[in-house]
Design a protein around this ligand. Structure first.
Ligand SMILES: Nc1ncnc2c1ncn2[C@@H]1O[C@H](COP(=O)(O)OP(=O)(O)OP(=O)(O)O)[C@@H](O)[C@H]1O
Ligand SMILES: [Mg+2]
Length: 417
């Protein structure tokens, strides 16, 4: 389904994004440069170009970017010619030249050609973010708030749930953690159902979603997706939680690529405090992409043979991904249920402790799933909901921006009792 952009689209929201084009010819480490930009939540990577000669053509097909980043090392002469042409044609665009060499002559040449800033790699994401903001401001934009509608300037927390077998509890944990976070009015939370073929997060929330991930993807392909449109395509639950459901037709799942997902996650981060991703169990390219973009990866385990065996397999596979492996944490679901294996034995087999344990509560969970009502509403004072509240607090307290901030849930329960 194709959705036409609203004529009265929310330009203010769109202005909070920093539109970026990267000119990054294939070179050693060029992937590393690219991935730095995807870590800045309000950056909208409009286009990437790999040849200096094609820059003007690529930009001509886009809304004018705020910043163009040009990696100069592959060919200094051609890079400077591209900078000069861009500076002449689009004086409002901030040009950032980037090099791996600390070569004074090259820096001078790029600046004389029209680059407004220069960075030598490697540099921190914070340095990059500051430089991009400075360039955007120079270009005349007055708006520099990264998350529209959100007062606090915090990094968006992205959390993935990955299962060690079917039915292990990924959707239950994703939905209930997301709904718990969304109950704090200072949060803006979105749940993305990345179980693209067979997901059921919409059923768990009893939402009859009008649009799905496929609608976002078709609008990206037609270069029509902006923040206003994205917000209109999300489904809203009464808890305040936003949902981006899996495609309606199963075969549409195959059309969603990593590139689509990167763009969607970057846009969602620009206007939410928390992204919760319910992954598939097929280890698709989109799942790996989501894992790489997550701050927390919760691998959900139960105390039985298949789950433990698959967890060992998954851990050893994920070890090969340096951008993923350090973020993986084990979550033990249905603790207290009669099981094949003791927790101690599982820890011994897995070689690491559980980061979190969610208790077994068959009745509360079944009622919640059958009624499509998250536990925070259907069983707010149950032990399992307390556990989700503590889980939400634990995640928030582990992130730097929230350190020392008194938790919403802590005060909620303290005031109640
Ligand atoms: N902590 C829990 N206590 C009791 N029941 C639970 C718990 N967690 C999940 N369940 C139940 O386990 C079943 C499977 O859960 P869920 O659908 O969340 O798993 P999943 O990993 O998403 O499954 P799928 O492989 O189909 O995506 C559901 O019936 C749910 O109610
Ligand atoms: Mg599921």
């Amino acid at each position: 389904m194709m959705v036409e952009p609203d004529q009265n689209k929310n330009l203010k929201s769109e202005d909070n994004l920093l539109r970026l084009v990267i000119l990054n010819p294939p070179d050693k480490g060029h992937e590393a440069l690219r991935s730095m930009f995807t870590q800045i939540p309000y950056v909208w990577l409009q286009a990437e170009c790999t040849k200096y000669e094609f820059l003007q053509e690529v930009i001509a097909n886009q809304t004018e970017p705020h910043v163009v980043v040009i990696a100069i090392d592959a060919d200094l002469e051609k890079a400077c010619a591209a900078i000069e042409k861009l500076a002449d044609n689009m004086p409002g665009v901030g040009i950032l030249a980037i090099s791996k060499r600390d070569d004074g002559q090259a820096i001078l040449k790029a600046l004389r050609a029209g680059a407004k800033e220069f960075l030598t790699m490697p540099f921190d994401v914070d340095v990059l973010a500051n430089t991009l903001n400075k360039l955007k401001k120079m270009g005349g934009s007055t708006e520099n708030t990264p998350k529209p509608g959100i007062s606090k300037k915090e990094k968006t927390i992205t959390v993935s749930f990955l299962g060690s077998r079917g039915g292990v509890g990924c959707t239950s944990l994703s939905v209930n953690l997301a709904a718990t976070l969304a109950a704090d009015p200072s949060n803006k939370v979105v749940l993305v159902d990345l179980d693209l073929a067979l997901g059921d997060a919409d059923i768990a929330l009893d939402l009859n979603a009008e649009y799905s991930l496929s609608d976002l993807v078709s609008n990206i392909d037609k270069d029509k997706l902006d923040l206003g449109l994205l917000n209109r395509l999300l489904s809203r639950h009464s808890s305040g939680l936003a949902l981006l459901p899996h495609p309606i037709n199963v075969d549409e799942a195959t059309q969603i690529t990593e590139e689509h997902l990167k763009r969607i996650i970057a846009l969602l981060r620009a206007c939410h405090t928390h992204l919760i991703l319910d992954l598939s169990k097929s280890f698709r390219a989109t799942d790996i992409c989501a894992l790489a973009m997550s701050d927390f990866i919760f691998l959900v385990v139960q105390l039985e043979i298949t789950s433990i065996r698959n967890t060992i397999r998954l851990l050893s596979t994920l070890d090969a991904y340096p951008e993923i492996s350090p973020k993986v944490k084990l979550v033990l679901n249905r603790m207290g249920m009669v099981t094949d294996i003791t927790k101690e034995k599982a820890v011994e087999l897995l070689g690491r402790p559980f980061f979190w344990e969610v208790p077994n509560d068959h009745k509360a969970m079944m009622d919640s799933r059958n009624s499509g009502t998250p536990l925070v509403k259907s069983a707010p004072v149950s032990k399992i909901q307390h556990n989700f509240s503590d889980f939400a607090d634990e995640i928030c307290s582990k992130t730097k921006a929230n350190k020392g901030v008194k938790s919403f849930w802590h005060s909620f329960f303290t005031n109640k009792s």
